[in-house]
Write a protein that binds this ligand. Structure first.
Ligand SMILES: *Cc1c(COP(=O)(O)O)cnc(C)c1O
Length: 402
């Protein structure tokens, strides 16, 4: 029998890169979690936009168990059946001709940025290597991806950083037009900045980036790690924008809770990667890809995708109602089930406090910066759970206002 563990021991034993909540969830089902004391929580966080079908979805569980009874891991000296099925599904569902698999969003972006550099070098060695990224962007925590990210606090203390990355204001097409040149090998952008505060790109901005990349022979990378796999009501957000990237990165919801990431691209770019130029031990692991294949089957259906838009409205209607009464938010924004409630000026910087009050009331949500309360619930959350979760949020709001 293992000893009882407590939240306090996190502080004793864990490298302190996180400050987790003061309770430990031990069990989940659908949109619900229970902690060690048996207290229940409605889950509007979904493991940070990961558990897109809630906790322990029976068909995902079955896919995991079935594959666990076959083979867990082979390494890249062998391919496997689940990875090929998953690649075909992603190719059929998107612009892509080829897929590369890895274990996280950061790794997917790392692959995308390396590929863009490789392509640039093949055109103009030592010249075409500049990457344009955006302020407040988030692309992961490897050194290359924190450098591409637009929050210096995540990168500056790890200098020297990868060079030739320029940050411009998000949604400012004129700034990009002024800066982009023959030296630019890639532009990387989130269709909706997630960690940066749930800020959607203007359609004209993404369209303009597409045109500028074409004019300057640069690769357009959409980081859809947070927006992908149904989150916005389309399988990928680019599909609603009608702007097609050259490379798309996806992770988070792709595994429904099992770690996996992928970079999708077109033949013309994919062929620059050759055996030996890039890789990762676990990439395309059969357990991960079997689970992701089932996640895609379940999410990429008209019912689930249209259901996201329906659920968006449930959230918006009720959040507006709460706000009419308490005036805590200045704006509710986002698409589908990636929603941000921006704290009103009077409550500036208090998103974390509201989130903590919500947890006390039995609601797990997220923040995106100091001023935005963020929701990324299961894409199939039932209406009664949305209602119950927002009842609990309202109680937290009442306490914040008091
Ligand atoms: C979460 C996130 C990442 C990083 O993904 P990890 O799996 O944590 O490495 C990258 N880009 C975006 C837009 C994200 O939201």
């Amino acid at each position: 029998m293992e000893q009882l563990v407590t939240r306090q021991q996190f502080n004793d034993w864990m490298v302190p890169v996180y400050a987790p909540a003061d309770f430990i969830p031990v069990h989940g089902a659908g949109s619900w979690l229970w902690d060690q004391a048996g207290k229940d929580y409605v889950d509007f966080a979904g493991g940070i936009a990961v558990n897109a079908l809630g906790h322990r979805h029976p068909q995902i569980l079955q896919a995991l168990i079935e594959q666990a009874n076959k083979v867990w891991h082979l390494g890249n000296g062998y391919t496997n059946e689940p990875v090929l099925h998953l690649a075909k599904k992603l190719i059929d569902a998107t612009f892509a001709d080829k897929a590369f698999f890895c274990n996280s969003g950061a790794e997917a972006n790392e692959a995308a940025l390396k590929l863009a550099r490789l392509v640039g070098h093949s055109k103009q060695p030592d010249q075409k290597n500049e990457i344009i990224a955006f302020n407040n962007a988030f692309h992961g925590r490897t050194l290359f991806t924190v450098s591409a990210g637009g929050q210096p606090k995540y990168s500056q203390d790890f200098a020297p950083l990868p060079q030739a990355i320029t940050h411009l204001p998000f949604n400012d097409l004129a700034a990009v037009a002024q800066h982009i040149s023959a030296r630019t090998c890639a532009v990387i952008v989130e269709p909706i900045q997630g960690e940066g505060g749930v800020v959607p790109a203007d359609p004209a901005f993404l369209q303009g980036l597409r045109e500028l990349c074409d004019q300057h022979d640069a690769v357009l990378i959409f980081d859809e790690v947070q927006t992908g796999v149904g989150r916005t009501g389309e399988l990928y957000a680019y599909q609603a924008y009608g702007v097609v990237p050259d490379i798309l990165t996806t992770a988070k919801a792709l595994g429904g809770g099992f770690p996996i990431g992928a970079m999708l691209t077109i033949d013309r770019l994919a062929s620059h990667f050759q055996p030996g130029t890039h890789g990762t031990t676990y990439g395309g692991n059969p357990l991960a890809t079997a689970v992701a294949g089932k996640v895609l089957d379940l999410i990429n259906t008209p019912q689930v995708l249209q259901g996201v838009t329906l659920r968006h409205q449930w959230f918006i209607d009720r959040l507006n109602k709460i706000n009419d009464q308490y005036q805590v938010f200045s704006e509710i924004r986002g698409k589908g089930l990636l929603l941000g409630a921006v704290m009103a000026a009077r409550f500036a910087g208090q998103a974390k406090q509201l989130n903590q009050l919500a947890a006390q009331e039995g609601l797990i949500a997220l923040i995106a910066g100091p001023d935005v309360l963020r929701f990324a619930p299961s894409l199939i959350i039932p209406e009664t759970d949305v209602e119950e979760g927002l009842n609990r949020l309202e109680r937290a709001v009442q306490r914040l206002v008091r």
